[in-house]
Ligand binder design. Sequence first.
Ligand SMILES: [Zn+2]
Length: 337
Amino acid sequence: MYTFDEIVAHEDIINHLQTAIKTKKISHAYIFDGEKGMGKKMLANTFAKTLQCEKKGISPCDECISCRTYDSLNHPDIIFVEQTKKTGIGVNDIREQINQNINIKPYQYPYKIYIVDNADSMTEQAQNALLKTLEEPPSYVIILLLSNNINKFLVTIISRCVVLKLKPVMPKEVKNYLTDMIKISNDEAELITSFAQGIIGKAKELSSSQEFFDMREEMIVISNSIIYDDEYELLKICDKFDNYKDNIQEFLDLLMTWFRDLLIVKKINDDLYLINRDKYEILVKQSHNLPYYRISEIIENILNAKNLLRYNSNFRLVMEMMITQTKENKDDKSNWR
Ligand SMILES: [Zn+2]
């Protein structure tokens, strides 16, 4: 279930962990920091599994009792610390799940490993409680903290941990993962890669998300409307945006890649660099109805809307502005010409 071979990229971190195992220079505490879906759990879990493996190699053997009990999530000496309150990991969680049993030696294996997911949700009190443990941990203890935002830790916590920062994966690697491991078509992989932002977990999620593909179809309907409809019809499509209020940034990204593709079709009339390559024919048709300057203006309007929405501006107002501006600009220019 967890092996280093299954992890896409992050070679530097894997290398660091394997060298630590090989040279027996294992720290008492690590922070795995990176966005959701980047592979923090995979890395931390595989590290923990390797440390307890009876074969004592730099990768888990996947055969010994330790490896097998770990895969069935019943390992006696690997503890998953859980938050009991919605508000985050509290001081009682740390006291009850770590501090109170940390002095009890491991049952069977060389280490006692604590894995704390969402560790950056620890309250200050919780962090202070953990700090006491980090100051003088028993020799067999290893604590793995998983976080999305390292800035939420107290400096004193960070200074006692080895910090491993996960970086986005190269687009080529994301695409290979999608075509080779998830077995989706080249065109779909291309589309998803451009949205995954180098995050394998996100790529995987999108590849199985009907919602994402439905959203793109709806986006194409809207793009048609922007290009062909009159002002009255155009305002009506603002209602459609309401369905995407919760993931509007993603929706606008889709819309933006569409107009970016239009620009490319117009300029080089080739599908090689397109994100929406599977929709080449629609793009060609639309591109005949749009001058360059209008495509650039529309992209600019979308970018503008994205920025405004980031600052909690009035949703409906921003969308209406974005839509009517594309129209107004068109009229201005056509009257002017
Ligand atoms: Zn093993």
